[in-house]
Design a binder for this molecule. Structure first.
Ligand SMILES: *Cc1c(COP(=O)(O)O)cnc(C)c1O
Length: 379
């Protein structure tokens, strides 16, 4: 089955009860038993729920994995991966990281005795120096948030396999429409399904997808034992979102390209970060592992003025100033004061998150309206 069919049919079956084409929202916590243990495969909705299971099969299908797990948020999905570790274990992670992931690693898991190395992975040769016998996990985001760095998943998966370390890839920005990390050698794919998979800015959810059965069983155990599941209503919404992922992503990519090119020719703009540019440092890797370049574009203004950046995001009328990304509507964010405010200034500036950086999640509106909005806002 091709990707554009999988988003609609992958892992799906008509509901066995009445043949409903769309999986019903099984809004129930528990299931009747005829005799103790006499049930139809469902006992309690933390453990299993038919609507969530339908979504989890769809997730596995679109990422070319065997097992999908859905969680109450992207961070709770990451939290489940970290629970595979124990005190003394080490993690090598990208340094240009979603702020909430950095906070989870440093403010929660460091206290549990896990050691993190945050490094630039644009050059994959640098990674091996940080691998010790205690390293158990490599955590990669690509494209990175918000600098749009590209990391070579195939090269890192080779290093991970050589040292018997798990490789997890946060695929939130690219989605499986553009990039399928399991095919490139990753062990775990993670999503904030809040973003492109849900696609309509109306739900918070996380997901993990894996190929390996033992790993899946360990993660299912954690999902059930820790209980950070998502509800049936949210499962329904994300399942519905996935059905249009391919056509939404196609338009996000088209609009993203036009916005990136417009900004790069604008006299007041200093830098534009978008992996589709030929002079992007890892453009060749983006070309080899992604099918297009997505709808996320970041830029800085000349003079790097904090107040001016705030003014620009306030001026925008169609782009909404808001956290998050990946919905049908265009959003703009100012990482230094919003998503990355929890990262110390020196730390964030090292990775390029300077005061004038603005991140756009280019939506699927008419491109002429988006360009006109940017034109009037950039002062
Ligand atoms: C939003 C986001 C997360 C966190 O997901 P939530 O659903 O907000 O918990 C993790 N990684 C990336 C890249 C994100 O954009």
């Amino acid at each position: 089955m091709k990707f554009n069919t999988k988003t609609i049919h992958g892992g799906q079956q008509h509901d066995p009860a009445y043949g409903s084409v769309v999986p019903p929202i099984y809004q129930t916590s528990t299931y009747a038993q005829s005799t103790p243990g006499g049930h139809k495969g469902y006992e309690y909705s933390r453990t299993h729920n038919p609507t969530r299971n339908a979504l989890e099969s769809a997730l596995a299908s679109i990422e070319n994995g065997n097992y999908g797990l859905a969680f109450g948020s992207g961070l709770s999905a990451i939290d489940a991966v970290l629970k595979l570790l124990k005190p003394g274990d080490e993690v090598v992670s990208t340094n240009d990281l979603y702020g909430g992931t950095y906070r989870l690693f440093t403010k929660i898991y460091e206290d549990f005795g896990i050691k993190f190395h945050f490094i630039g992975m644009e050059n994959s040769n640098k990674i091996e120096a940080y691998i010790t016998p205690d390293t158990k996990l490599i955590w990669v985001e690509t494209p990175t948030n918000p600098m749009m760095n590209i990391i070579d998943i195939v090269a890192i998966s080779k290093i991970a396999k050589k040292h018997n370390v798990l490789l997890a890839v946060d695929n939130t920005f690219a989605t499986p429409y553009l990039q399928r990390p399991l095919d490139l050698g990753a062990d775990i794919v993670m999503h904030s399904a809040t973003k492109y998979l849900g696609g309509h800015s109306d739900v918070v959810m996380g997901a993990l997808i894996v190929e390996n059965k033992d790993l899946a069983e360990r993660l299912y155990f954690i999902q059930n034992a820790s209980g950070a599941i998502c509800g049936p209503q949210d499962s329904f919404l994300v399942l519905r979102g996935i059905k249009t992922l391919h056509i939404r992503m196609q338009r996000h990519c088209e609009n993203g390209r036009v916005v990136a090119e417009y900004l790069s020719n604008h006299p007041k703009i200093e830098n534009v970060y978008w992996p589709g540019f030929k002079n992007h440092p890892n453009h060749h890797i983006a070309v080899s592992q992604m099918d297009d370049f997505g709808g996320m574009v970041s830029f800085t203004t000349k003079g790097n003025n904090y107040d001016k950046a705030i003014k620009i995001v306030e001026n925008l009328k169609i782009f909404t100033l808001a956290e998050s990304l990946g919905g049908v509507e265009s959003l703009a964010g100012h990482p230094a004061s919003m998503t990355h405010a929890s990262i110390p200034k020196e730390e964030r500036e090292k990775t390029g998150v300077v005061d004038s950086l603005i991140r756009l999640s280019v939506g699927i509106e008419d491109i002429d309206d988006l360009i006109a909005d940017l034109k009037q806002a950039i002062i």
